[in-house]
Write a protein that binds this ligand. Sequence first.
Ligand code: HAM
Length: 415
Amino acid sequence: MNITKQKGTKDIMFKEVNYWQKFESVIKEVCDSHNFSEIRVPTFEATELFSRSVGDGTDIVTKEMYTFKDRGDRSITLRPEFTAGVVRAYVENGLSSRPSPVKLWYAGPVFRYEKMQKGRYREFRQFGVEIFGSSSYLADIESITVAKEILEKLGIYDDLKLKINSIGCKECRAKYIETLREYLKDKIDNMCDDCKVRYEKNIMRIIDCKEDLEVKKEMPMITDYLCEDCKKDFENLQNGLKNLGIEYEIDKKIVRGLDYYNKAVFEFASKDLDLSVGGGGRYDLLVDMLGGAKTPATGFAFGMDRIVLLLEEKGMSIDKRPDIFFIASNGDAYFKASILQNKLRKMGLITDIDICERSFSSQMKYASKINARFVIIIGEDEIKNNIVTIKNLDTGNQFTADFDASVIMKSIEIM
Ligand code: HAM
């Protein structure tokens, strides 16, 4: 039996890979322009890193992690997200001694054992930023601005909406959780099984569960329990977004699925598809919790596969097309063509040449299958007269030119 790919993984190739490359180049351009530095952290870490930071009671830790014992009997987990690993690296490498704030970005695969559906995979890729050392709402705005600029450059900003919320600090959240627990006390027995578990382990996640909506209509919401400081921070964030003309809506149901958040949280959601393409927020207690000095921090991550889905659905045309396919009649012609080809590549063209020693007509068929713009034919006559024959495959026009890269370049530009 043939071996096939694992459920929830995919092979990214040809047309789709063009979208990925475009996305990756935009990420680098925008992050460079904001003076973020790239960080590359390991794909696997000690399991404890994620259970401590993402949280023991979360779906990610209880149901979705790829965890195994390595040959040295250590419990290892394939990263289900980046933030925990980046914080570990921040602490371990003493990045707090660098000028603050430290602004980092990353991109790469993450792993979650999830039920598969459109836009939900087991190996998927995230791009994200993390900012360490600023407790100001301006740092939240900086990361939202990076996200916005990337989406704008990709032409999909208008297809998404930014939803924000505040889940308060440790103090106001403790008071809120008490009220919520009291409110749900005599209702929880009739709620879904997941929420029964959440009631004990991770009560705030009951808020974004899509079951039992009737019970939840009257549920107390954290925004009504914020302390003065958290209220002020949330107002500042909203005013800042308004001042920058960044549209947003407040969604009191956003509580995020990872335990490390406090205060401002946000998500980018597709207006058409029922999918969150990115999310993030503040996590001021995590650095300290993982052994570093108290350091405020904030960041977000995009699900890159979901962004690429949007680009594909929009049908953005970013196909790559070879400029020239060289058809050489024999070995001598091949080597002459190859020299010319190198010169044209250095001038920026995408060129290709037959490497199967096929007949003239098969080479011609191949050139049209790969959608080349031009073929350049080098046969015996062309070599004798020191010329090339150029054919425009879109129009069928054919003509000859001197065997000279600059002349060829000029002639195909004017065709
Ligand atoms: P998250 O919301 O768990 O946040 O994941 C971020 C994004 O990853 C989601 O918005 C979604 O687009 C994508 N995603 C999640 N699960 C899947 C899946 N199974 N298949 C495809 N895409 C998926 C975090 O991971 C935080 N570390 C973000 C963050 C960074 N917060 C602060 N800094």
